[in-house]
Design a protein around this ligand. Sequence first.
Ligand code: CU
Length: 128
Amino acid sequence: MPSRAHARRTFVAMALLLAAAAGSVVAMLAQEQGRHEITLTAKRYAFSQPRIEVAANDVVKITLVAEDIPHSFTIDEYRISKRAAPGRSVTFEFRADKAGTFPFFCNLTIDDGCREMRGELVVTPRLP
Ligand SMILES: [Cu+2]
């Protein structure tokens, strides 16, 4: 039989769902601006953010900071390959005009560990 505690749990669950829905609306509104500025730190064979999610046609401005040794940010499908020297940064931007999931990686061969440096750019199609 439904108890008062059960009703309260249901209410809490509903409130959480509403809050989550409100959160995604806020995220959608933020995305509408179509611009992302991301600082990616590269060190010890990893990028600080392994997943970048944007909407198609957004402008993505990335600052790559190489903290230890030289690293690069490369996305073959976007013909992007930017290298940062140790302790330095490089900033570049591009328009995410192809939808899909594209791996990004460090293509430098100075250090074998760089082969482990992987992430993905997720470009979600915009609804018409
Ligand atoms: Cu590297």
